[in-house]
Design a protein around this ligand. Structure first.
Ligand code: ZN
Length: 388
């Protein structure tokens, strides 16, 4: 069992291991060294106490101070990696832990998505300053540009709301479509922010649509990215809301999950583990994008000071809903240390571990990390049969 003295030594040793460059993490003997360092009594089995020590080393801020992790969270995570539930993490089980959990925690691959920082939302037809919360969209430029100048993101995405002139969300277009009898709002009485119900298709049987002023019409000035947003080399633009009859808040999917943008494929291609989300509007497109990111299993971080929204109440609800799904909310000044793996948050580690559970939710059909666990379980079962 772990003694106080050996714990301290272990901590120093493994902190050293984890601070070494990414190449070190690729080597299999590093995994063995890490396992041995935390298997305090060297019996090839990591106990819950050993695991707690590992977590103390893993989850630290940029000053080396360990984050406090509740016992229940430790138990939950231990149970994910103790695949055969015998009360220990053996070396075979540690493969999953090392490859799919420790590595992305220590060396995350991070992307930033800047949502809809377009002229219309700042000073155009759907200026946030005219919305109930009366916020000023221009204020996101400073934190966003500072991050783009200082944080080494693996990829930066810029989403653009990109509507055809006859888009279903424009209040000016209420007379273009047939209103469904179930709609509480008629075409002639409809006001901005009202929800109207049109007859389908393409969404059947009805299209439930919140109404906005005409905005971000393709190729118009209002749809352009604000000229003061820093655009980095190799930045990737994501256009959304391009179908006349389909509303699209999230940069991943439209609101009815009929059409997907290229964002998810680009995330996979670049092996992104963590998505940082910011921009406009907090309670609409930013929230929807973060929610889909969580659904896909990406560790998701909302940069709150780099967002502005429509309604205070909805912003509060969005925040609550995202944190309930294990998103992390931070300010832009915290991002650099997190991206560089110096500030390692337990909330994100917990989220990742929960996604490694056998039935870890894998919305959108993406289950990037479920199979290795099954493989290990299969090997264990085969060994068991062989022995009996
Ligand atoms: Zn729109």
């Amino acid at each position: 069992m772990t003694s106080a003295g050996s714990s301290a030594d272990t901590s120093v040793l493994v902190e050293g291991l984890l601070e070494i460059d990414a190449q070190f993490l690729q080597q299999t003997d590093s995994m063995e060294a890490c396992f041995k360092a935390f298997d305090a009594d060297r019996d090839g089995l990591m106990t819950p106490v050993d695991f707690a020590m590992l977590c103390r080393t893993l989850f630290r801020n940029q000053h080396g101070k360990a984050y406090t992790i509740e016992k229940k969270a430790l138990d939950d995570m231990f149970s994910v990696f103790d695949i055969n539930q015998d009360g220990y993490i053996d070396f075979q089980e540690f493969h999953l832990c090392w490859k799919h959990w420790i590595k992305p925690i220590v060396r995350p691959v991070s992307a930033l998505i800047v949502i809809d920082v377009q002229n219309d939302f700042i000073s155009g037809t759907l200026s946030l300053s005219n919305c109930p919360a009366q916020q000023n969209g221009i204020e996101v430029l400073k934190p966003i540009n500072t991050m783009l100048e200082t944080v080494p993101f693996e990829r930066v995405f810029y989403s653009l709301d990109w509507h055809p002139d006859d888009h279903v969300s424009f209040i000016e277009n209420v007379h273009l479509r047939k209103v469904h009898p179930s709609s509480k709002v008629s075409a002639s009485e409809a006001m901005v922010y009202d929800t109207i119900i049109y007859e389908g298709p393409p969404i059947n049987p009805v299209i439930v649509q919140k109404l906005w002023p005409r905005h971000c019409v393709q190729t118009s000035w209002g749809a352009e990215l604000h000229p003061d947003v820093r655009v980095i080399e190799n930045g990737v633009f994501i256009h959304k809301g391009t179908h006349p009859d389909i509303e699209s808040y999230s940069a991943f999917w439209d609101n009815n999950k009929i059409m997907q943008t290229k964002l998810f494929d680009a995330m996979k291609e670049n092996k992104i583990t963590d998505l940082y989300v910011c921009g406009l509007a907090y309670d609409v497109c930013v929230g929807a994008t973060a929610s889909h990111s969580l659904e896909y299993g990406f560790r998701t971080v909302l940069i709150e000071d780099a967002c502005r929204g429509v309604s205070m109440e909805d912003m509060g609800n969005t925040r609550q809903c995202l944190t309930d799904q294990l998103a992390l909310v931070v300010t832009s000044s915290e991002v650099l240390d997190m991206v560089q793996g110096r500030d390692r948050r337990p909330e994100l580690g917990y989220f990742r571990a929960m996604r490694l559970r056998p039935n870890g939710k894998s919305g959108g059909g993406c289950s990037p990390v479920a199979s290795p666990r099954d493989e290990i379980l299969q090997q264990q079962q085969q060994q068991q049969q062989h022995l009996s």
